[in-house]
Ligand binder design. Structure first.
Ligand SMILES: [Ca+2]
Ligand SMILES: [Ca+2]
Ligand SMILES: [Ca+2]
Length: 216
């Protein structure tokens, strides 16, 4: 181990610490549940069979912003072939004095205004309940969140881009998303059995092939 290696390890370690601390001390717009990785497609997944209901809560963390939030608007986009929106509760912690209504026939584009929320505040914003229709597992988002504006009341101080947008949206094409998730049905036992049978068959044929190669 030479000095250059030690120095490089030290710098890498230090940048790791800095990265971790900057990602912790940052604003965040998110929803929960966020899902988990259940299959081979990159998006996080939630198992939801037809008729099941699920409730998503959007939350805001204003950590690290240089000023107060007075106006907050975003799009919650969902795949209406897999999900039906059945209930909406807006501004559940009464942080804002004005909230534009949304619902059937209106765009899912909540806008909250008339507040002065200080940096370092974490709160739940809106709650959406869906009923599952015919869910499919295609690796494409079924619920996604895209912040439109996070600004002071005068809108001049705009902090929208201080919130991370790590994902390309699937449904709101061309936009970047703060978060997205897929809903999908339980894997059919027959499919599992089929895969298992395939893998046993695959292993058996490999063994046979190896045996044949050795006997040749
Ligand atoms: Ca997945
Ligand atoms: Ca799906
Ligand atoms: Ca999936």
């Amino acid at each position: 181990m030479n000095y250059l290696f030690i120095l490089r390890s030290f710098i890498l370690g230090l940048s790791g610490i800095l990265l971790t601390s900057s990602s912790v001390n940052a604003a965040l717009f998110s929803f929960s549940p966020k899902g988990q990785q259940l299959d081979g497609d990159a998006i996080l997944d939630i198992v939801l069979n037809p008729g099941d209901t699920i409730t998503f809560t959007t939350s805001v963390d204003t950590t690290g912003l240089p000023g107060n939030i007075g106006l907050f608007s975003y799009s919650l986009v969902f795949d209406n072939s897999e999900l039906e929106l059945i209930d909406i509760k807006l501004d559940v912690e009464n942080k804002f004095t004005s909230t534009r209504p949304i619902g059937p026939g209106l765009p899912n584009f909540p806008e909250h205004s008339g507040a002065s929320i200080e940096p370092g505040t974490t709160f739940d914003l809106d709650i959406f309940t869906f009923r599952a229709l015919d869910t499919i597992n295609d690796g494409v988002a079924d619920v996604e969140l895209a912040l439109s504006v996070a600004a002071e009341s005068n809108i001049v101080e705009d902090y929208t881009n201080m919130f991370p947008f790590p994902e390309d949206c699937d449904l709101a094409l061309g936009l970047e998303c703060n978060q997205k998730v897929e809903v999908q049905p339980t894997i059919e036992p027959t499919t599992t059995f089929g895969l298992l049978a395939l893998s046993i068959f695959g292993t058996a044929s490999t063994v046979l092939k190896n045996k044949k190669t050795r006997s040749d």
